[in-house]
Write a protein that binds this ligand. Structure first.
Ligand SMILES: Cc1cc2nc3c(=O)[nH]c(=O)nc-3n(C[C@H](O)[C@H](O)[C@H](O)COP(=O)(O)O)c2cc1C
Length: 301
């Protein structure tokens, strides 16, 4: 029985990924996530120049999830490249999540990331394209142009992180595949949402609205991954609301090759990776499942 996984040429100790923005802000946190059981770590979204985020509070927890409006704050790729190098020195597989206002900007970040040693580029197309004033994530044509621009600049695999806040995620996934994407990550946060503090009569987040994550969005994430699996042949990282081994197995049965963990690190702690892998192994033994790959797409007839 093995929980080892293969994703775009990477031999991984298990199918669990640290999702973007949760802990991947420095080499020390990425190394900690790996040593705590994550097989692959994703960085926070990184841009070409430093970006300051929104004012606090930027993240709040409510009964069924988290809401965040971090604002994609990051130190820029030139500074962040040092953190990537320190993480790669420990032989830890790294996915660099990139943002940019134009395809060229994202391609430049990707190229610098490749030089710093990352294994995979993950495009975050949810930020607005400054030229067209709408996110690449909701327009198949713009997304295709973005993927092609980045693919031209790097030799390592390029995957695309999809937003659930679109009319038909299958159309967007197909456009990414057609443009040459090597894989898909689904999903980014749902929303935007809003919560109001009734004492102060004001929205809780300083930015007023934020993206929703955690258990509340799990059924949306599972449906998106299920639909994407039926639409494309490239592998999928399924993320959204996973907090235990059963959730990770469910996501793989929907069609994910790997399961991403984000908000659960907030709910529990970094030990969640080890707990989920151990519980998955137990489940596999009990259910005569010899290889984690048997789970991928098992819910499709
Ligand atoms: C505090 C916070 C920060 C995030 N930052 C990023 C980010 O920088 N880039 C990105 O692509 N996704 C970001 N995400 C989205 C997560 O990577 C993930 O797609 C989403 O939260 C759903 O997974 P979860 O329910 O396991 O958290 C962030 C999520 C949270 C909660």
């Amino acid at each position: 029985m093995t929980i080892k996984s293969l994703f775009l040429g990477q031999d991984l100790k298990n199918p669990l990924v640290l999702s973007a923005g949760i802990l991947g802000v420095s080499a020390s946190t990425m190394i900690r996530a790996y040593n705590s059981g994550a097989a692959l770590v994703t960085t926070k979204s990184i841009s070409i120049a430093p970006r300051s985020g929104h004012n606090n509070p930027t993240v709040i927890a409510y009964e069924k999830g988290l809401m965040n409006a971090v604002g994609l704050s990051n130190p820029g790729i030139d500074v962040f490249a040092e953190e990537i190098k320190k993480t790669r020195q420990k032989n830890i597989p790294v996915i660099l999540n990139t943002i940019g206002g134009t395809p060229k900007e994202m391609a430049d970040v990707a190229k610098k990331g490749e030089s710093a040693g990352v294994d995979i580029i993950e495009l975050n197309p949810s930020c607005p394209n400054v030229e067209h004033e709408k996110p690449y994530a909701s327009d198949p044509k713009l997304l295709g142009e973005l993927v092609m621009a980045v693919k031209k600049q790097v030799k390592i695999p390029v995957i695309v992180k999809l937003s659930p806040n679109v009319e038909d995620i299958k159309v967007i996934a197909k456009a990414a595949e057609k443009a040459g994407a090597d894989g898909i990550t689904a999903i980014n946060t749902v929303g935007p949402g809003m919560l109001i503090d009734i004492a102060s009569r004001k929205p809780v987040l300083d930015f007023k609205t934020g993206g929703i994550s955690g258990p509340a969005i799990r059924p949306i994430a599972v449906r998106c991954v299920y639909d994407i699996y039926e639409s494309v042949k490239i592998p999928i990282i399924g993320v959204g609301g996973i907090t235990c081994a059963n959730d990770a197995i469910e996501m793989m049965m929907a069609g994910a090759t790997l399961a991403g963990i984000g908000s659960a690190v907030y709910y529990h702690d970094i030990g969640i990776f080890r707990k989920i892998t151990e519980d998955m192994e137990r489940w596999m033994k009990k259910n005569s499942c010899k290889n984690a790959s048997e789970l991928i797409g098992a819910a499709h007839v």
